[in-house]
Design a binder for this molecule. Sequence first.
Ligand code: IPE
Ligand code: IPE
Ligand code: MG
Length: 261
Amino acid sequence: MQKNFEEYFPPGTEEHDLLLKVDFRRLPGHVAVIMDGNGRWAQQRGLSRAEGHNAGSASVREVVEASARLGIEFLTLYAFSRENWKRPRLEVGQLWRLLREYLGKEDRLLVENDIRLRVIGRKEGIPRPVLRELERVEEMTRTNGRMTLVVALNYGGRSEIVDAVRRILEEGRLGPGDLDEKEFAARLYTEGIPDPDLLIRTSGELRVSNFLLWQIAYTEIYVTPVLWPDFRKRHLLEAVLEYQKRDRRFGDIHAGTPRKK
Ligand code: IPE
Ligand code: IPE
Ligand code: MG
């Protein structure tokens, strides 16, 4: 176990007890999260939806740091879908503002924890000031190697697939016989990122909501009723422990090694 674990997961706490059960040789290399339930969390407290999103940013901070400390190599967070533009303009504006503020404040957390930021999604449509912040933090963290934090923004799994086809057509290099899964995956936004091993969805919804459609072909899915603003490191540990109980077969008759891209 790494140093400063004790401080982050103090003995005597629930987190520490859960941590002792984790098999560090079988950590999910890539965890993807559909952060859901901010609105319901706020509603339950008579607060505005914006306050729910605000509270959700504390969960982001904690999960990012805990994942890096555990040794998870890739963490992907679904922060804004292409479909989320359907929400009231006020809420959409608040979400983008919150993200910009988060980047302005939390860039230090990424630097201190040696985390690289990468953004996936359609760049066109993302408000300019947010794009500038994203590019600044991506550039600032480019050489960080402990963990890659992938943030899905203006993201849709179907648009990603269409954009990959567009790239292939624009390149005009691949003929029908040259196209295979590897070539195709190399044109997705997630180029070079292994497929998620574990997909967590909070707030109990049993759907994928257009997230990483290609990449989750063999991902283990974990749904928790916990609403995103209540999600803490112990919930992450619970998800990892549940993942470690799964028998991943990849179509075979016994558990094998995860596929690497
Ligand atoms: C997730 O919480 C945040 C985003 C989709 C950006 P929601 O805002 O979807 O919360 P619920 O589902 O309405 O509770
Ligand atoms: C999925 O949550 C999108 C993000 C978490 C960014 P939604 O709340 O938008 O999904 P639906 O509408 O319940 O499917
Ligand atoms: Mg929702």
